[in-house]
Ligand binder design. Structure first.
Ligand SMILES: [Fe+2]
Length: 423
């Protein structure tokens, strides 16, 4: 087969094990790394073995993208996807895109360059910029995508819908799969990211982008979006929106961000602005882990009820929490823009609204201090052959008012699944 675009290639355990067998991948390691010192060799070997186990555990449907939160697994997938794409060693999948298709002989030829690439990867330097808020129009409309960097499934459809809607601000809350390499940033992210003349575009840092050291995020994404640092702020006379970097230090706030945030929050209080936060990782979750390190750093701002709303991704689902009883904050998880995620078992929870596209909103109860929520469930038409196993893709837009925001959850095609005024 001819070479294909790397943005359309997936690497899952089913094809790795079919092409190589789990054991044979591990067995190639000592020969390739014979010249290394034993500790380094053991570290790489253990990393690859853990990656294969994690990929096996994470595997759902054959031919559909999986991307565990595991650095060696992500690097292995990025490497294989790119090799397979450029050498045309792929086969089409029912779900869309291609699966990498190679054999043990290919891997034996590639293993050396994989390990030397992995060994050389270092973390990009932190950019300490303390950016001042950039002005945005009063009444600005803001479209938000998250966990969108697949280049597949509903991701390009969401981008087209946003491009047609022409919002004034477009945000990506992070994750370009598998490891945010330069090829992936160019082909799975920048190639599809909505282009609207005059719009401010910003992208958050994330765990997947940092798996390759964050180089492509800092060197390709930021300049392409005219963004000065991995954290940013936008404002108009009534609102301050602050984008935090929770990826550089995973699920935490690195460096001088807290001092910068405190300064902006103090200024917002003096100016009478309401505050919206965005980040890749969650402060809290009704399904998965909480964000204790992140919360500890912003607790004082939450308990003083200074944050009106917080949008995040990382978890692949759409969850609209009720106003937090102690913090008076609306929390939103919106990581459902392009990554194929298996549906939760929510059949026992009440359905509060059925949508025209077959999706529906479930009411989830508060749980261990996390406010109850509306949860979007339904099939995903962008995964042919697997529609009923994966949840819907879409995005969120907000329109800033004087003291309230009009929040809309869109299906990937732009149609409205939920609209509500938050005040
Ligand atoms: Fe993530």
């Amino acid at each position: 087969m001819d070479r294909v675009n790397p943005s359309s290639v997936v690497v899952s355990f089913s094809n790795v094990s079919r092409m190589l067998g789990k054991e044979s991948v591990a067995e190639t390691v000592p020969a390739e790394l014979a010249a290394l010192d034993p500790a380094e060799r053991a570290r790489l070997q253990a990393g690859l073995e853990a990656a294969l186990t994690i990929l096996e555990d994470d595997q759902r449907e054959p031919g559909v993208m999986v991307a565990p939160n595991h650095r060696p697994a992500a690097l292995f997938q990025s490497f294989l996807a790119e090799q397979a794409a450029t050498q045309g060693k792929v086969e089409p999948t029912k779900a869309g895109g291609y699966e990498a298709k190679f054999d043990e002989k290919d891997w034996l030829g590639w293993a050396g360059s994989f390990f030397s690439w992995w060994r050389k990867l270092k973390k990009h330097d932190w950019l300490s910029a303390h950016p001042d808020p950039l002005p945005m129009p009063s009444g600005a409309s803001i479209a938000m995508l998250s966990d969108w960097g697949t280049g597949l499934y509903g991701a390009p459809i969401c981008a087209d819908s946003i491009q047609r809607a022409k919002p004034q601000v477009i945000l990506h809350l992070g994750d370009v799969y598998y490891a945010g390499t330069e090829t992936e940033v160019k082909e799975r992210f920048l190639r599809f990211f909505p282009q609207v003349p005059g719009a401010i575009r910003r992208a958050s840092n994330s765990n997947h982008e940092m798996y390759s050291g964050g180089y492509a995020y800092f060197r390709n994404t930021l300049p392409a979006l005219d963004q000065f640092a991995s954290y940013f702020a936008l404002e108009n006379d009534r609102w301050l929106l602050v984008g935090l970097d929770t990826g550089y230090a995973e699920h935490d706030l690195f460096g001088d961000q807290v001092a910068w945030l405190d300064r902006l929050m103090k200024r917002a209080k003096e100016k009478g602005q309401k505050v919206i936060l965005t980040s890749h990782h969650q402060p809290f979750s009704i399904f998965e882990g909480q964000g204790p390190k992140l919360l500890a750093k912003v607790q004082h701002l939450l308990t003083s009820k200074q944050v009106f709303a917080w949008y995040w991704g990382h978890e692949h689902r759409c969850v609209l929490h009720a106003k937090h009883p102690a913090w008076a904050m609306y929390g939103r998880c919106i990581g459902h823009s392009g990554f194929p995620y298996f549906r939760e078992t929510v059949g026992h929870t009440p359905v509060v609204k059925k949508n025209a596209d077959g999706s529906q909103w479930h009411q989830l109860d508060a749980n261990d201090g996390v406010p109850g929520a509306l949860f979007l469930d339904g099939p995903n038409a962008f995964l042919p052959g697997h529609e009923n196993r994966y949840g819907p893709h879409g995005y969120v837009s907000i329109q800033l008012g004087q003291d309230s925001i009009l929040e809309t959850v869109h299906a990937a095609d732009g149609s409205k699944l939920y609209e509500h005024e938050l005040r």
